[in-house]
Design a protein around this ligand. Structure first.
Ligand SMILES: NC(=O)c1ccc[n+]([C@@H]2O[C@H](COP(=O)([O-])OP(=O)(O)OC[C@H]3O[C@@H](n4cnc5c(N)ncnc54)[C@H](O)[C@@H]3O)[C@@H](O)[C@H]2O)c1
Length: 249
């Protein structure tokens, strides 16, 4: 019998993160949810963590090291977005988004890597959650877009530097995933039903994404089945980015 893999999911308490936790648990993995808020399922090991804070991340990795001795998978999912016109964005807002989305990904990776180079680690892999907004633009999201483009660059470098230790690193770039994350943007449209229909129509697959769509891809990228894939950003957007705008026929 193979040992249960040890997996950390940041921001695993809700929505996409919770779906990722659930997907790994279904495999029998031991999942640590590192979030500011607790996970509702008490079978998930919850470690209260602020990924933007170095002391908090060190405490998380110390706890994982003491309990499990190594780490197989790190999923950097926690992230925030703000909705502001660029010229009104404050330095504090810029710093906050960058502290969580970029510094957080750096800190968890930095302190997880020594646990992933342990002999006990099986097919060690890091999966970062970026966004298609690192590749194309939505209005009011300049800071978020910059942070997610940074995550993609960080992913390439991590893959390059740690491949020699057998550690792979990839990113998943979700498109429109149906979670409350998008409510700030949607709330600005006066006709909600009309905008919902328009957003759906942007997707060649004819539907919005679900947290499970992202979770399945993350799970695959962390598995031995994707063992020759590293340094990639896998777009999970129902074909939206592939669709060039054209007036309706
Ligand atoms: N929902 C989408 O359409 C979409 C699209 C592309 C990318 N993403 C990315 O997917 C990820 C998850 O999105 P979601 O919709 O599930 O968001 P969400 O806001 O529902 O969940 C984010 C989780 O991260 C946690 N978190 C926030 N700051 C943290 C911190 N400093 N330390 C630890 N945990 C923290 C929150 O408590 C929450 O549980 C984010 O990185 C987001 O940028 C989402």
């Amino acid at each position: 019998m193979t040992a249960a893999r040890i997996v950390i999911v940041t921001g695993g308490a809700q929505n996409i993160g919770a779906a990722i936790v659930e997907r790994f648990q279904r495999d029998g993995a031991t999942v640590v949810c590192a979030d500011l808020n607790p996970h509702a399922d008490k079978t998930v090991h919850y470690v209260r963590t602020d990924i933007a804070d170095e002391t908090s991340v060190i405490a998380l990795m110390n706890e994982v090291s003491e309990r499990f001795g190594h780490l197989d998978v790190l999923v950097n999912n926690a992230g925030i977005c703000i909705e502001t016109p660029l010229h009104e964005t404050t330095v504090e807002q810029w710093d906050r988004v960058m502290a969580i989305n970029v510094r957080g990904t750096f800190l968890t990776s930095k302190y997880a890597l020594p646990l992933m180079t342990q002999e006990a680690a099986s097919h060690p892999a890091i999966v970062n959650i970026s966004s298609i907004e690192g590749l194309g633009a939505n209005p009011l999201h300049a800071v978020y877009a910059a942070s997610k483009a940074a995550v993609a660059g960080f992913t390439h470098n991590t893959a390059l530097e740690y491949g020699r230790y057998g550690i792979r690193c990839n990113a998943v770039a979700p498109g429109w995933i149906n979670t409350p994350f998008n409510e700030q943007l949607l709330a600005q449209y006066p006709d909600r039903a009309a905008v919902d229909a328009e957003i759906k129509a942007l997707h060649p697959v004819g539907r919005l994404g679900s947290p499970t769509d992202v979770a399945n891809t993350v799970h695959w990228l962390a598995s031995a089945e994707s063992g020759f894939i590293s340094g990639q950003e896998v777009i999970v957007d129902g074909g939206r980015l592939a669709k060039l705008p054209l007036p309706n026929l």
